[in-house]
Design a protein around this ligand. Structure first.
Ligand code: COA
Length: 331
């Protein structure tokens, strides 16, 4: 098997910022409540005319530039999203077309907030087996378009953005060392958008009932998240033959600082090694981990040889973790 690593990263968020103070004007909430319960201060929101493919395209351009790779060289494009431009065609097709990735295969992948981790794990298999050389994995979301802006329990949590990573063969022993992926369909209704699929096709009734928006049992998801983050990270480390003491950098899904803090405490990892940017972006679902990864890489937090763990959870329920020995030199 060929060693596979991340050779370029990129991210993009829309210009418009929605602060907690802006939200105070929209629903019965306040900055103090949101910051103390979630850690979120502001989030970016896409313009009504901006689809997720635009955010994905911008993030992809930056990742390809970072990897010094021409789009024509791409063999595979995977977009992880729960807010595709259309049910079909896949957003991956739209992004590949705009990039000019003429020879690439591609598809969308849906594992909610764990989507990027499922995406890199999938892409890495094609490279490890020698089938492909260059893969682009994007996590992108326009969650603002599936929020009920009258529901203060959900609309304060989420934001829009996209992050991307280019995967290639890397020096032996570097790159992805271990994964853990899981799901539990029994918890599916805890975090879902019930309308618009074949169970409840769009109708005047589904729109009136706001079934095309995120519905969430917040405290149930909270408990699940705290438990699973530690479990899945340790399993992935175990598969890599490593322990928590070997980790130089932890990139968790950016849902809530209380979830991250509780998981960090359970894992017993130094908080200084944990990347947190959710105060500026909120929860961007599949985009959260790749945006945080890009910021960590560009700010010099990831150095050649570092052991980095990405860990996430989300609707499905799904979860996952990936252990990476960083193979890129310099910032
Ligand atoms: N502003 C002010 N008050 C709010 C509020 C808001 N935005 N949202 C809820 N409240 C109120 C509730 O109505 C409730 O009032 P009550 O006690 O009078 O009924 C009170 O605050 C406590 O609500 P509760 O839901 O118990 O709060 P919580 O501490 O569990 O925090 C979440 C709520 C959503 C922040 C928290 O459950 C959470 O983060 N869950 C995980 C969500 C998540 O990460 N989802 C995505 C996973 S990928």
């Amino acid at each position: 098997m060929v060693s596979v690593g991340i050779v370029g990263t990129g991210s993009y968020v829309p210009e418009k910022v929605l602060t907690n103070f802006d939200l105070e004007q929209m629903v019965d909430t306040n900055d103090q409540w949101i910051v103390s319960r979630t850690g979120i201060k502001e989030r970016h929101i896409a313009a009504p005319e901006t689809p997720v493919s635009e955010l994905c395209y911008q993030a992809a351009l930056r990742a390809l530039e970072d990897a010094k790779l021409a789009p024509e060289e791409l063999d595979l494009v995977i977009v992880a999203t729960i807010t595709p431009d259309f049910v079909f065609p896949a957003t991956a097709c739209l992004v590949a077309e705009r990039l000019g990735a003429k020879k690439a295969a591609g598809f969308d992948l849906q594992a909610a907030c764990t989507g990027f981790l499922y995406g890199v794990a999938t892409a890495a298999q094609f490279i490890a087996t020698g089938i492909y050389k260059n893969a682009l994995v994007i996590g992108g979301e326009t969650l603002s378009k599936i929020l009920n802006w009258e529901d203060r329990g959900t609309c304060i949590l989420f934001g829009d953005g996209a992050g991307a990573a280019v995967l290639q063969p890397v020096e032996e022993g570097y790159g992805f060392l271990g994964y853990d992926l899981g799901m539990d369909g029994a918890g599916g209704s805890l975090l879902a958008m019930p309308g618009g699929g074949s169970m409840h096709p769009a109708s005047a009734e589904t729109v009136a009932k706001k079934m095309h928006t995120i519905q969430m049992a917040g405290s149930e998801v909270f408990k699940f998240a705290v438990r699973i983050m530690g479990e899945t990270a340790l399993k992935a480390l175990d598969k890599a033959g490593l322990g928590i003491g070997d980790v130089d950098c932890l990139i968790p899904h950016q849902a809530n600082t209380r979830i991250v803090d509780a998981a960090v405490k359970r894992l017993g990892i130094d908080a200084g090694k944990v990347v947190v940017n959710l105060d500026r972006y909120g929860n961007m679902s599949a985009a959260s981990i790749p945006v945080a990864l890009d910021e960590a890489a560009r700010s010099g937090r990831l150095n050649y040889g570092d052991i980095m763990v990405m860990v996430g959870f989300g609707g499905g329920l799904t979860w996952g973790a990936a252990v990476v020995k960083w193979s890129k030199r310099g910032v």
